[in-house]
Design a protein around this ligand. Structure first.
Ligand code: XMP
Length: 511
């Protein structure tokens, strides 16, 4: 499989580079800048990209690389810090810019082919730098400039080494995608034939090799996208040597528990254990009001139930988890690309169960790629495109004490809200939407009777990353239907309100 390695110098856009390369259908991996050159050589990359980063090459402790990287015969593209580092290591001159460039800047491209084939002469690019290259290393020449920066990109065609001061991976760089595609296709000679089907095949091979002819695997299935896709993939590799344990805490959304059981008993017939534990969870939660306390009780009960089920199953060899790539990159463990790794301190559950090795077949995939893989493997669309759902489930959407009756109210109102959003065709526009059972009761009238019942709040947000969010502007007629259906169809609700707060200052969930 053709592969691009991205050396990470701590830039905020490093993950984006990896995504953009994959969008050009070339497989890419992020590795720390300090990866030994021998590791890089043995991975046989088609190209190397040096990311941006917060340092200056003039800092005493600036992150450096072995300049032998430039002699591997593999094309190199340095981006921002990566370009300055290349200049610095190969004998060019880097200095503090007389004028710092930040934001969208017009760049004039002074080359017409190779890296810049098919690009406009003037292109808007995203810049963010205080240092810049003032003299190219020997054998290099400038291929782009701005008003303040004579060397906004450079090239040494003979050695296939390039640098750009701007960030082609950011969408604000109008033709950035084209530039990256040129680097991959024209310079690195990548075929651009990486597909999810390929990925699934190679992951299946790796799982088979890791687990061996007879090895068995235990996976905790939550019903969420990641664990479900991991289960489907491992099932493809080892069939019913995979055992999945699904702890049903009674706080899932309407129809979810049934769907998980259906999919993993029929579509992917793994050895499937469903532990019906709602009574225990509700009993232990009955006095808890504080959100953190509720989370802790659920976490603790989950481990206990899971451990009890795992003990009944006897010894299994490996523990599988649906860890995904952003978690891996953020925890700085990017070097290990295989699906298996020694377990150190992740999550705690495998350790408590006595497992020392983990299978993590999604550890090189971004969230949207996990969804694509799920579709490739044949999981139902509703499951694969599911919105995020918190581990503690509906418990943190019931303000204060949790009871089975309250869970029923929030489950039923949530189902109505989801149904109407889908009917209005808004389910792909709004990133997360759900109902919350507020702790408020208020007076109403139903028929001729006075009521004193609960208030349900609608929460719907649009967001890219769930770190910040805006409240979704849902058309009034959709809200009218949702509100009227909820008060008519869900017992003990006589009022519906809408949460119109952004994050920050509010969080997406209410608890
Ligand atoms: P907040 O409420 O912090 O939520 O704005 C951001 C995203 O994280 C989800 N969330 C959780 N997910 N366990 C989870 O697995 C949790 O305890 C938890 N709390 C919030 C939330 O649904 C949203 O997508």
């Amino acid at each position: 499989m053709q592969k691009i390695l991205i050396l990470d110098f701590g830039g905020q856009y490093t993950q984006l580079i990896a995504r953009r390369v994959r969008e050009c259908r070339v497989y890419s991996e992020v590795i720390p800048f300090s990866a030994p050159i021998e590791d890089i050589r043995t991975q046989e990359p088609c190209g190397i990209i040096l990311s941006g980063g917060p340092s200056s090459v003039m800092d005493r402790d600036a992150p450096m690389i072995d300049p032998a990287i430039y002699d591997l015969g593999v094309p190199v593209l340095g981006i921002c810090y990566g370009m300055q580092l290349t200049a610095h290591l190969l004998g060019g001159r880097v200095e503090r810019a007389t004028e710092r460039e930040y934001g969208r800047i017009r760049v004039t491209m002074d080359a017409e082919d190779g890296l810049m084939e098919g690009m406009s002469t003037e292109s808007q690019c995203w810049m963010s730098h205080t240092w810049q290259v003032y003299a190219c290393p020997e054998g290099f020449h400038s291929i782009a400039h701005t008003d303040n920066c004579q060397i906004a990109a450079f090239a040494c065609e003979e050695k296939r080494i390039y640098g750009v001061q701007f960030h082609p991976e950011v969408t604000h760089s109008e033709e950035g995608r084209k530039l990256l595609d040129n680097f991959l296709k024209n310079i690195c000679r990548c075929r651009g034939d990486w597909t999810m089907e390929n990925y699934a095949e190679s992951a299946v091979q790796q799982i088979r090799e890791a687990v061996g002819e007879k090895g068995t695997v235990l996976l905790g299935l939550s019903g969420g996208v990641d664990s479900s896709v991991a289960a489907a993939l491992i099932y493809r590799a080892i069939g019913d040597r995979l055992t999945c344990v699904f702890v049903d805490h009674g706080l899932l959304r309407k129809g979810e528990s049934e769907q998980v059981c259906e999919v993993f008993s029929h579509l992917f017939p793994v050895r499937f254990v469903r532990s019906e534990a709602s009574e225990r969870f509700f009993k232990d939660l009955r006095h808890a009001k504080d959100p953190e306390k509720k989370r802790k009780i659920i976490g603790r009960d989950f481990v206990r139930v899971f451990r009890k089920e795992a003990r009944k199953l006897g010894k299994l060899d490996y523990f599988a988890q649906g860890t995904i790539y952003p978690d891996v990159i953020e925890s700085g463990q990017g070097t290990n690309a295989s699906v298996i790794k020694s377990h150190h301190n992740v999550g705690g559950l495998p350790k408590k169960l006595g497992f020392t090795e983990l299978i993590e077949p999604l550890r090189m995939l971004f969230k949207d790629e996990v969804r694509q893989l799920g579709e490739t493997l044949g999981l139902p669309k509703e499951l694969v495109w599911r919105q995020p759902f918190p581990g503690p489930g509906l418990a943190i959407r019931i303000i204060g004490k949790v009871t089975p009756e309250k869970a029923e109210i929030v489950r039923e109102s949530d189902a109505i809200f989801r149904e109407e959003i889908a009917r209005a065709g808004l389910d792909t526009e709004i990133n997360q939407y759900f109902t919350v059972l507020t702790g408020i009761q208020s007076v109403g009238v139903m028929g001729d009777e006075r009521t004193y019942d609960y208030t349900v709040a609608l929460r719907a947000v649009t967001t890219d990353d769930f770190m910040t969010a805006d409240w979704a502007r849902i058309p009034y007629d959709v809200l009218t239907t949702v509100s009227s259906r909820i008060v008519n169809e869900v017992k003990h609700v006589n009022r519906v309100v809408m949460d119109v707060t952004t994050k920050p200052p509010a969080s997406i969930e209410w608890e």
